[in-house]
Each structure stands twice: as C-alpha cells, then as structure tokens.
Design a protein around this ligand. Structure first.
Ligand code: 2U9
Length: 381
C-alpha cells in the first residue's frame, strides 16, 4: 500500500481495478469496497502524465457507458431493500470523489503542459542577435542611376535597346566605313555562322549604346533629348582598366540651332553635379566616325584637385568622356524621319560608367566591380 501525498488516502499500486459485484452489503463490506475503489482511483490518477492519459483516465472512470463510476449504479440495483439507503449514500460519495479526482487530474496535466510549453518557448535575451546584412546597390548601378538622374533633371528621357544588334545599327548607320578596324572581329564579339546573311543584317554584341539613338530617331521626330544607359561588349583583354563587358551612358540632343556651346555647357553642368561644383572640364580635339567635330572631355582631378597625382598621371586632368556634334552623314540615315541635316543639328556624348564609378569612389582596379567580392561590395551598404 502507498499513501497519496495529496489526500493522505492509502492506495494500491499497479493493480488494474474492476468494479466488484457486491453480495455482502454489510457496512464493513461496503467500507472495504468503497476503500478499494478510491484507492484505485487515486493510484491511477497519480500515474497520469500526459493529456492522452488524462483523457483515457476520464473515460475509464466516468464514461456514461462502462465507466467505473456509472457502474456503481449496479450496487444500488442489487442491494437488498434495507441496505439501499446506505448503498445510495456510498454511491453518491463515490460519484463526487471520482468527478473531483478526474477534474483535478485534468487540471494538473493541462497546467503542467502549459508550463512545459512556456519552458520550450523561453527566450534567452542575453544571446547575440541574428545579423541580417543590408543589401546595397552595386556601385556601377548606383553611378549609372545618379548620372541618368542628372540628365533627367535637364529634361532628357531614357531610351533602351537590344544588346544583340545588327551590323547596320551598330556600325553602318553610325558612319563606320566598311573596313573600319572597330568592325574587325578582333574588337567586336559577333554571333557565329552568319556568313550567308548580308553584312548589315549580321548579329553582334553591341559595342556601344549608339544604336539606341538611331532606333529612337527612327521612331521619334526631332526635337529629342535622350540618354541611353546599358551594357556593352568588346573583345578586350582584361586588365586593371579594361573589361570585355562594361556599361555606357550615351546622350543625344537634336533640335534647331544646337551648338557646340550647348554641348560644353551641358557636360560641364553634368560633371559638376556628379563630382562637385568646383570640378572643371576641358575639351580637346578627337575623332569619332559619328561626330564632327569631336572632342574628348577631361575633368580636373578630383583626387588632387588638379595639382597632379598618381591618378591623373601628374597632369591634373582625367579623361572621362567623348563627345561631338552629330555628323551630318549620320542624320542622312534618318533624314526621311525629319532629321534633315540642313535644318537641324545635334550633339552627342558617351561615357563609361565603370570609369565614372572608379573616379567617384577611388577604385583603382575595374575588376573589383565585376568580381562580386562581398568584402568590397558591403562598403557601399
Ligand atoms: C548617334 C550619334 C552620335 C555618341 C558618342 C562618344 C563620343 C564617346 C566613348 C566614351 C568612353 C565610349 O565608353 S567609352 O569607351 N564614347 O567617346 N560617344 S560621341 O555619339 C553618337 C551616338 C549616337 C546617333
């Protein structure tokens, strides 16, 4: 026999209890029967340790059909008349006791499992937090967006076009002679097996975004002011300042009476907006097939302020762009769309975005912009 710590009642452990049929209804015999039942009840209640077991315990003791407590009605039925009163009292006592124990058991288990749930959800606020690294715009895309924004503020629209182009849009309509060295497969990445097509229809990876300007002029009458940002491809060997894939922003303004002064003022403003108002620009003669006259544009070195340093090779100037007045020969290709070189004029310019980004952020190796090294990129977060 064990004794319940809760009730102090004695109970027998681990004997499966079944309600006995009573033949002897003397008070002593009734006492024993009730005592046995309550011992079993207490013992089984003690061994309940899960919600499922609590449910089984409840069903075993109080289920209307076959529950131990409801079966005690048989005692009353079979009791002789003179014992019925006594037996009825005991049966009621048992009912109250069984119900109270079932309820107490369930409460203990539910209380217990919510304590377990609380325990399992406990948060150790002293643990270090989970780091969520911030993403960052790539420095090339950031520079591209900033530059485009500068021109948008001056009234320019953004135009885009395909990266796989025809020879016509990439070279012919831009006044490149058929034997120009840039057309050579040494410099241009071409799509293979197109020898059966006329030269002008052959596909290649665009070497500049200038084809976008031609395509836009074919579809839009003058005046126009557009910038064309995008990826371009050249068959270049990789080094600290060259990459076979890079980004350009080119621009085109066509209207009546556009002059070289407009070009100078526009680019001078753009460089001041990008690099600071104390930056100076310098234009010096150059050559491009699509502009005449043409110029290269340098800005005063933003590293040394123009005094001379390693970045500017002690010259105080850094070459950043090309530009010029659109060659009348280029307008001839879109003359029937309203671009009559006798009536209109225009300027165009082009810049490499990686080179702008390298100047802006003091990066001395273009490869840093393509390697995807997180230690480099996270500096821009
Ligand atoms: C049309 C007419 C003229 C676009 C121009 C440049 C000068 C130029 C280079 C700068 C560095 C390319 O990325 S880079 O290597 N670009 O120097 N680009 S004028 O001229 C055009 C474009 C379209 C119809």
């Amino acid at each position: 026999m064990s004794r319940s710590p809760a009730t102090g009642r004695a109970f027998r452990k681990s004997v499966p209890y079944t309600l006995p049929k009573l033949t002897d209804f003397s008070p002593a015999s009734l006492d024993k029967a009730v005592q046995d039942l309550l011992s079993a009840l207490e013992s089984e209640s003690q061994s309940v340790s899960s919600e499922n077991a609590a449910k089984e315990f409840r069903d075993r003791w109080v289920a209307r059909k076959n529950g131990i407590q409801p079966q005690t009605a048989d005692w009353l039925k079979t009791a002789p008349k003179e014992a019925k009163r006594e037996v009825g009292q005991r049966v009621n006592e048992i009912k109250a006791c069984v119900e109270a124990t079932v309820e107490a058991t369930q409460e203990r288990i539910q209380g217990g499992s919510s304590a377990a749930a609380l325990e399992s959800e406990r948060v150790d606020v002293t643990l270090p937090g989970i780091r969520r690294p911030l993403g960052a715009e790539h420095p090339v895309i950031r520079t591209l967006n900033e530059t485009v924004a500068v021109f948008r503020a001056m009234g320019y629209s953004v135009a885009e076009g395909p990266e796989v182009e025809t020879d016509y849009y990439n070279f012919e309509a831009l006044n490149f002679p058929p034997n120009h060295p840039a057309r050579d497969t040494q410099d241009t990445l071409v799509i293979a097996d197109q020898e059966n097509k006329p030269l002008r229809d052959r596909l290649l990876l665009r070497t500049h975004t200038s084809p976008v300007q031609i395509r836009t002029m074919e579809q839009t009458k003058p005046p126009i002011r557009i910038v064309c940002p995008g990826k371009v491809h050249r068959r270049d060997a990789t080094d600290a300042s060259h990459s076979p894939v890079f980004h350009q922003i080119e621009g085109l303004a066509v209207d009546t009476n556009i002059t070289f002064s407009d070009l100078k003022g526009t680019l001078d403003h753009a460089m001041k907006a990008l690099f600071g108002s104390s930056v100076k620009t310098r234009f010096f003669p150059s050559f491009f097939p699509f502009t005449e006259p043409s110029a290269d544009v340098a800005i005063s070195c933003i590293i040394c302020g123009g005094k001379g340093c390693r970045t500017c090779k002690q010259t105080g100037w850094v070459e950043l762009m090309g530009c010029g007045m659109v060659d009348p020969n280029v307008f001839e290709f879109v003359k029937d769309r309203g671009y009559d070189p006798a009536k209109i004029s225009g300027f165009a310019f082009g810049m490499g975005v990686e080179r702008l980004a390298m100047m802006k952020y003091g990066i001395d190796d273009i490869q840093m912009l393509f390697q995807g090294d997180v230690r480099f990129l996270e500096q821009f977060a």
